[in-house]
Design a protein around this ligand. Structure first.
Ligand code: SF4
Ligand code: SF4
Length: 274
């Protein structure tokens, strides 16, 4: 049931989270904004299964799962993110992400007199260092990022062997058995969401924890977020809170001018976010 559509032609893009900071002072002087601690309705306490079998490559759907009955979407509220890094650590453990690589990461945006700088030390996995105040930020906030599971995907289009594909329920995956490690997709993704694993030598990226969501669980990053900054929902389900937010609230996507139609939506997205 996969709609695999191979074709050629790579462009550019980093393979690890982009540290976009323009000034080194962010490494040691920065002000953290306080994050509102608010939980989204529907949060549960089921812990991610850190040792999910086969999670590192194309994750299998649960037996009996009917993908055409779902249309998954992801919602991020940066105003709730406190930069704790729990999501990055949970993703790393759940999906056996190699050290130094990230399927999801958190960026910190800080605006001061000299403009806006962005950093993401170790993908935000260890949180962000407290700031020795010598620099006055007029604005600072955190932005969780991952694969946007775009509907118009340069990553799928450039794959010469059809290893990248979209499932009927709207998840972009990589078939690790088919991937030849050419890294065309890594270069083609304009969001820096993919990397070539030094262990498998195949392309890897966020799968929205496909092995979990097809079993009725939420992605590991959503499960552990203590503030509800991350939410996951089904656009085919009446009354789904993520669907409701996407339909009724002011949501935005990253880099809309690229027209990749991301399925990760952001509430209250600051105009500085790239
Ligand atoms: S964010 Fe990048 S890897 Fe993910 S679907 Fe879009 S183009 Fe592909
Ligand atoms: S777990 Fe939630 S609050 Fe913590 S960094 Fe991730 S998104 Fe932000």
């Amino acid at each position: 049931m996969d709609d695999r559509t191979p074709c050629p032609a790579p462009t550019g893009g980093p393979s690890t989270p982009r540290v976009l900071g323009r000034r080194a002072f962010l490494e040691d002087v920065l002000l953290l904004s306080g994050g509102a601690v608010v939980f989204l309705a529907g949060a549960t306490a089921a812990a991610p299964a850190a040792a999910a079998e086969g999670a590192a490559s194309a994750p299998p759907a649960a037996e009996g799962y009917q993908p055409w009955e779902h249309r998954w979407a992801y919602l991020v509220d940066p105003e709730r993110c406190i930069g704790c890094g729990s999501c990055v650590r949970a993703c790393s453990a759940e999906n056996h992400v190699p050290d130094g690589f990230f399927r999801t990461w958190v960026e910190r945006y800080v605006t001061g007199m000299d403009g806006t700088s962005v950093d993401s030390p170790n993908g935000g996995k260890d949180g962000f260092p407290a700031l020795q105040v010598a620099f006055v930020a007029t604005k600072s906030f955190f932005v969780p990022k991952m694969c946007n599971h775009c509907r118009e995907t340069p990553c799928i289009q450039v794959c010469p062997v059809g290893a990248s594909y979209r499932t009927p329920d709207g998840v972009v995956l990589v078939d690790g058995e088919r991937c030849i490690g050419c890294a065309y997709c890594v270069q083609a993704c304009p969001f820096g969401s993919r990397f070539l694993s030094p262990e498998t030598h195949t392309a890897e990226k966020c799968t929205w924890c496909y092995h979990r969501i097809t079993r009725g669980l939420r992605p590991a990053c959503v499960e552990v977020c203590p503030t509800g900054a991350r939410a996951f929902g089904d656009l085919r389900r009446e009354g789904d809170p993520v669907r409701h937010a996407i339909e009724h609230d002011r949501v935005a996507v990253l880099q809309p001018h690229l027209r990749t139609e991301p399925q990760c939506f952001y509430l209250h997205l600051d105009g500085e976010v790239r």
